[in-house]
Ligand binder design. Structure first.
Ligand code: ZN
Ligand code: ZN
Length: 286
């Protein structure tokens, strides 16, 4: 049976890739996001062939698609520090290799930080680093999605225009197809009002004009622990934050977002993830 909207969540691969797929299915998901290695270690590990095959089988069995991989939190492609930048290029190279090996559809990445430089130079450096990280690499089937950020500290990409500029700078310099990932918590914290009915329409119109909604196949569904425009990145369970449950219903049922993969990255305390999947399913049904 094909469900009308695809709802999923970020699951841990700590025990194994296949058990992550099983866990996503048991929680009611039909799409999933994972880290392909530890998100807080520079050195990534390529999963063994047997693990990759078991994962593919579990995904097929549970009809879990698309597969989204979120990149490592340490990666900062535009870093002004040469050592951090070199490590980031190596680590991102590994991210793409693992995404291809796991037959991922999307690799979601935060653009990085413009600390100790200007936004313009960070955008140029991002494109240079991406070119180095993916030169002569087989990237078949994987689309890189630049995620909008809350704009905390010096995070690049809290304006949609910045995401578009990053894509423009990188265009033609990497074999990766580039698209975008919108995160509801990040949008709201960055000053895009997705919580109200009129606000959501305005934001979707703006997003369509600036980045093209057809190029944003994945929406991260997170409520926000902090108020509108706070520029802080704190995810809350659906209906437990400042965005509110009704807003998520409007997003799930909005024709402009039809066909997107809606993926939760909410806290799991007190079975929060299972509740959030159920809440999104109920809201999607209207
Ligand atoms: Zn993210
Ligand atoms: Zn996100």
């Amino acid at each position: 049976m094909t469900l009308p909207v695809r709802i999923g969540l970020h699951v841990s691969i700590a025990s194994s890739l296949a058990s992550a797929a099983d866990a996503a299915h048991e929680l009611g998901a039909d799409t999933l996001q994972i880290f392909s290695s530890s998100p807080r270690m520079w050195r990534g590990v390529m999963p063994a062939n047997g693990e990759v095959q078991a994962f593919a089988l579990a995904r097929k069995l549970h009809d879990l698609h698309p597969l989204v991989i979120h990149d490592n939190y340490l990666i900062n492609l535009p870093a002004s520090d040469d050592v951090v930048r070199a490590r980031s290029i190596m680590a991102f190279h590994g991210e793409v290799q693992r995404a291809v090996a796991l037959s991922a559809d999307y690799l979601v990445a935060h653009p990085g930080s413009w600390r100790e430089q200007t936004v313009e130079s960070a955008i140029a450096r991002f494109a240079d680093s991406l070119e180095q990280a993916t030169a002569n690499l087989d990237t078949s089937g994987v689309t890189l999605l630049l995620e909008c950020t809350a704009g905390q500290g010096h995070a690049l990409g809290h304006r949609l225009e910045e995401l578009a500029e990053l894509e423009l700078a990188a265009r033609g310099r990497t074999p990766l197809t580039i698209g975008y990932c919108l995160d509801t918590c990040h949008l709201y914290a960055a000053g895009y009002d997705v919580a109200t009915e009129e606000g959501l329409e305005r934001v979707l119109e703006e997003a369509d004009r600036v980045i093209g909604l057809d190029r944003a196949p994945v929406i991260h569904m997170n409520d926000s622990k902090t108020p509108f425009g706070s520029r802080r990145d704190r995810h809350a369970n659906i209906g437990h934050g400042s965005i509110g449950e009704a807003a998520f219903g409007r997003m799930l049922r909005n024709p402009k977002l039809a066909g997107k993969a809606f993926i939760l990255e909410t806290p799991d305390e007190d079975d929060g993830q299972a509740r959030d999947v159920n809440t999104l399913r109920r809201l999607a049904a209207g």
